[in-house]
Design a protein. Sequence first.
Length: 134
Amino acid sequence: MESVSYFSYQNYQALVSAVAQKAKAGDADAREDVEFLTDHFRNFVSYVDGVCNSEVGIHFASGSLDGSAKQDRITELDRMRSKHHDAAIASVSAVNKIAAFYGIGLIYTGDPTVRRQVAAFCMEVVRVLFDNRR
């Protein structure tokens, strides 16, 4: 099965450079954009973290709890994962809007209404940023 990429790392790098240069030059709006973008990228990481926490929690709940306690725990874990996913969905649109404002192409290249694409994007962001860390 061929893997589809939804994260334009090249556009991400261009956006970081454009925003950072303006912020460094004293542009107050660009300084706010740095915080804005940082918060939205944290949502992508939080979704991946939420999936991991959910899966681990479900495995342990399944093995250690019974009945309604087990179901309540799994329901809560699913609710939290969904909350993180919804935040990531909102963030892909926000990040692409700010990229457009700076004249940069799409950061998220998928369809924001397709939850699995947003999920794949979040995982790709984490993987690519991890692979390219300094």
